[in-house]
Design a protein around this ligand. Sequence first.
Ligand code: DC
Length: 218
Amino acid sequence: MIITIDGPAAAGKGTLCSYLSKHYKLAYFDTGMVYRAVGLDMVLQNLNLQDEEIAEKIAKSLTFEKMMMLSKHPDFRSDIGGSAASKVSALPKVRAALLKMQQDFALNPVFADGTPANGVIYDGRDTGTVVCPNADIKLFVTASSEVRAKRRFDEFIAKGINTTYDKVLEDMIARDKRDQERASAPLKPADDAIVFDTSDMTAQEEINKAIEIIEAKR
Ligand code: DC
């Protein structure tokens, strides 16, 4: 079984995917990680994030191992990593270079410890439209910018990252705009995706709703 869950930053995709991957024994691929890895690698090397040729080279040389190594860097999940990811993800050559790595994961899905999985749950922006257009179930999860900024701000504070709500909201709006307006694979629901808004839902309500949708579709 392949499930795709797309939507803007901090809409609740991560919590949902972690739960569903255990519930349905699916390997979890957080596709934002590939863009964060390329973006952060470029930031650490002081490279210009708008330079498509260089960004493509970095994307082509990305391996799973290198991505996992970069994911341990403190800025991988910070605003710096998120904003760099959003900038490089707007470059068509970067997206093309990272597509196969994301698609290949579904050919032989395994958990982190190497045990085989029943399929894959993809988390991202274009996994239902581009990465896996033939997925069995597609969800598009969203919430208002203010709710998402509050969730992300709370996460940052819990991790000891020094920021303000206003800065997080401003970054979130800028990132949404870039993700939605880019020419290549813009953030939008697939035609056959089920869209739901989690602004007024608790994490548990969101999980219950997703399971209800998945069970009805299976
Ligand atoms: O989900 P995230 O916050 O880790 O994603 C970081 C950025 O990567 C996001 O702003 C846009 C980009 N991204 C993308 O373009 N396509 C995906 N499938 C996943 C993420």
